[in-house]
Design a binder for this molecule. Structure first.
Ligand SMILES: NC(=O)C1=CN([C@@H]2O[C@H](COP(=O)(O)OP(=O)(O)OC[C@H]3O[C@@H](n4cnc5c(N)ncnc54)[C@H](OP(=O)(O)O)[C@@H]3O)[C@@H](O)[C@H]2O)C=CC1
Ligand SMILES: Cc1cn([C@H]2C[C@H](O)[C@@H](COP(=O)(O)OP(=O)(O)O[C@H]3O[C@@H](C)C(=O)[C@@H](O)[C@H]3O)O2)c(=O)[nH]c1=O
Length: 298
């Protein structure tokens, strides 16, 4: 195993948060890694309750006896949000409002997952938590409105914004993630085109789950940006996947403008980890290290 593939000492699976923590969406990409990392996880599945149902959410939270809860539930098939906007707003805003209200009443810390897409990408330097959001899509608008709902109705809250999640369990809402899409396309097609002018920092759900555990243990409240360190383009990210897997298709760079999509995505959405790393003393591994560890586990 190369140096890049070794698990860094920051990624040990044992959680440090010493109290019971609820995980909403415990079988999702991030939720399933939270369930394997947290020391005292209390998993909640969609069949247990829907966050859009305030009474059901409150009843589960009250019964669970958790000190904190992490909300990973979202409507996040990004292109579908453009047309199914009522559903997107119901889950991403009203659902979050419900959780914020219930957690405030029950004195539970609510940690909510948000996105790099709240920014428009014009900054061209890592975004810090105090930068002004400027969402470009309905998904991004609904996630930003969810943040505002949390801040308006919540008491003890944290918001974790991250970027381009991938992990052992594919994102349920999308039926996959960028890594397994590349492996599938790279195996089935002769030629795969990937955008080379969106600068991002795709993030491994395992590393994000470890980081969220550290954030909760440190009592972090407010907004925190957490993604892998460094930055790449989707094309360069795909290149590592193609090389590591020896995929037969020809990989070609294209511009975002020529990628057929009904969604406008930020051309730069790297997040600065500085606030998180300062509070917790925990350094996020680089994106390539994370990707190679992930490729070794699937
Ligand atoms: N995936 C990505 O690239 C990124 C995601 N994010 C954010 O991270 C979070 C987690 O993403 P990820 O783990 O990939 O998502 P997944 O789709 O894998 O997991 C979401 C989980 O939430 C559950 N869920 C969905 N809607 C509801 C609801 N109304 N009530 C209760 N449970 C519900 C789902 O259950 P079921 O499937 O059974 O409905 C699923 O278990 C989301 O908030 C997303 O916006 C941020 C940046 C990037
Ligand atoms: C599958 C594929 C994607 N792409 C591009 C499209 C897009 O610009 C980029 C990533 O593709 P995705 O389908 O993952 O894009 P998308 O679903 O918009 O990903 C986003 O999901 C939401 C939930 C978030 O919060 C964001 O952080 C972000 O990761 O790669 C290609 O160029 N070629 C391809 O074959």
């Amino acid at each position: 195993m190369s140096e890049q593939e070794k698990t860094p000492d920051t990624a040990q699976p044992a959680g440090i948060m010493d109290q019971k923590v609820g995980i909403i969406g415990a079988n999702g990409a991030l939720g399933s890694d939270l369930a394997r990392i947290l020391r005292h996880p209390v998993p909640a599945f969609h069949k247990d309750f829907d966050i859009c149902d305030y009474d059901a959410a409150r009843a589960w939270l009250e019964k669970s006896g958790v000190a904190a809860v992490i909300n990973t539930a979202a409507f996040h098939r990004v292109p579908d949000c453009e047309t199914e906007y009522a559903a997107a707003f119901e889950v991403n805003v009203i659902g979050v409002r419900n959780l914020a209200r219930a957690c405030a009443e029950l004195d539970i810390h609510l940690c909510h997952i948000s996105t790099d897409y709240v920014f428009d990408g014009t900054k061209k330097a890592p975004y810090v938590e105090t930068d002004s959001p400027a969402p470009l899509s309905i998904y991004a608008i609904s996630k930003l409105a969810g943040e505002y709902a949390l801040e308006a109705y919540g008491k003890r809250t944290s918001i974790v914004r991250s970027c381009g999640l991938y992990g052992r369990v594919p994102t349920r809402a999308k039926g996959g993630n960028f890594v397994n899409a590349m492996i599938k396309l790279g195996t089935e097609r002769d030629r795969v085109t990937v955008v080379n002018d969106e600068i991002v920092c795709p993030t491994y759900t395992f590393d994000l789950a470890v980081a969220i555990d550290r954030l909760l243990a440190a009592g972090g409240e407010g907004i925190f940006h957490i993604n892998q360190n460094g930055h790449t383009t989707w094309f360069d990210f795909a290149k590592v996947i193609f090389e590591a897997r020896g995929l037969p298709a020809k990989l070609e760079p294209i511009s975002a403008a020529s990628f057929q999509s009904k969604v406008q995505r930020p051309s730069y959405s790297v997040l600065s980890n500085e606030k998180f790393e300062k509070l917790t003393g925990h350094r996020m591994p680089d994106w390539e290290n994370a990707l190679r560890r992930h490729l070794a586990e699937i």
